[in-house]
Design a protein around this ligand. Structure first.
Ligand code: SAH
Length: 351
């Protein structure tokens, strides 16, 4: 049966017309599915009984299933493992921040980028997520929040996967989330994070969507960055930063450079200086992320003082910097950790 969940109003209208149902019914169905959490046609009371029965014969509304949930001890971070009908599962995280509810969305099951510090990539990539599946992630959390008369306020594409390697689906998803019949989410409340896929950054700059671009830089020179992020051999530091600069110029939006701090690896004073030299004068800021030591490596996070020192060094060199507030460490909320555990326990979706 034809799953209607995740379709745009236009696509729903076409489905209706094919069944000799007027196209405007598509909007009603969209509102039921996306704004009122309808999981079946039965509840769509502004459609006649006969019409509902007709639709149920041809169409279905299939949603992801939440198969595991973890809540941090402070109650602010919750992580969900959502399983799609084909058995593939991804993680979605809710962070209750002082400025609102933020969700962290996975864009792929696993990841192909091979970053040395990241748990998401340990088993490679299983497949891209569809727009429908990404919408399922955010709606799952929004529907949960509705019970408390809250909603998802901001969204970061920083879960498992590389959004630029799944570009079309990600863009379809962003447009859907933005649509008034869906979550009506402002593009300014969305951040797209990339490991530095230059053609993707260039393409996104042309879309005219005022989303925030985050670039995972993690090192200020090619030699070091290539040891942390294999993609650097394809798109080097200068090329990535030039693409970031062009994005900021084109969109007038400040670009965030994410920089994981790994003790003794990329947190030295000379690294701060090199990073500042790269970014000075740009519409950019640096988000410092104390590393989450998830992979079997002897990498440690710097002390709080060392982190502050790195941050201040950047500021002194006229580069805006903030330290990311860590959430959910006690529930392994970093990318890919929970999915991996499930895969390793044999409940997984990879061969
Ligand atoms: N592929 C995209 C988006 C997913 S990763 C990207 O690379 O940006 C989201 C962010 O989490 C990235 O900045 C990534 O480098 C960071 N990250 C991955 N593993 C981490 C770890 N062990 N500790 C801290 N941050 C990590």
């Amino acid at each position: 049966m034809d799953n209607l969940f995740g379709l745009t109003v236009e696509a729903l209208g076409e489905k209706c017309v094919a069944l000799n149902i007027p196209a405007y019914r598509g909007k009603q169905i969209a509102e039921w599915m996306y704004r009122k959490g309808a999981a079946s046609f039965d509840v769509m009371t502004n459609l006649s009984k006969a019409l509902r029965a007709d639709m149920a014969r041809s169409f279905s509304i299939v949603r992801a299933k939440c198969v595991e949930r973890w809540d941090s001890s402070d109650g602010k971070t919750s992580k969900f493992l959502l399983e799609f009908p084909d058995g593939v599962a991804v993680e979605t995280v809710l962070m209750r921040q002082p400025y609102g509810n933020s969700v962290c969305i996975s864009t792929q099951a696993g990841c192909a980028m091979g970053c040395a510090f990241c748990a998401s990539t340990l088993h490679g990539v299983t497949r891209n997520l569809t727009a429908r599946e990404m919408l399922d992630e955010v709606l799952f959390i929004d529907e949960m929040l509705r019970i408390e008369e809250q909603k998802v306020d901001t969204m970061v594409l920083m879960g498992s996967g590389e959004p630029m390697m799944n570009y079309e689906n990600v863009l379809t998803f962003l447009r859907l989330v933005h649509a008034p019949y869906c979550l009506n989410m402002g593009y300014r409340n969305v951040s797209v994070s990339t490991s530095g896929i230059v053609p993707g950054i260039e393409r996104l700059a042309e879309e005219g969507l005022p989303v925030t671009l985050s670039i995972s830089l993690h090192a200020p020179d090619d030699e070091l960055r290539s040891t942390l992020m294999p993609i650097n051999q394809k798109y080097g530091v200068c090329e990535v930063v030039a693409a970031g600069r062009a994005y900021a110029e084109k969109t007038k939006r400040r670009v965030t450079y994410e920089y994981i701090l790994i003790r003794g690896v990329n947190d030295r004073e000379k690294d701060a200086k090199a990073l500042a030299a790269l970014l000075r004068g740009q519409l950019a800021n640096v988000n410092l992320i104390p590393i989450n030591p998830v992979v079997e490596r002897n990498w440690a996070r710097p002390t709080t003082e060392e982190i502050q020192k790195f941050c201040r060094a950047l500021e002194r060199l006229h580069v805006a910097a903030t330290v990311r507030q860590e959430m959910g460490a006690d529930i392994q909320a970093a990318c890919g950790q929970l999915r991996n555990r499930r895969l390793e326990e044999g409940g997984g979706d990879f061969d």
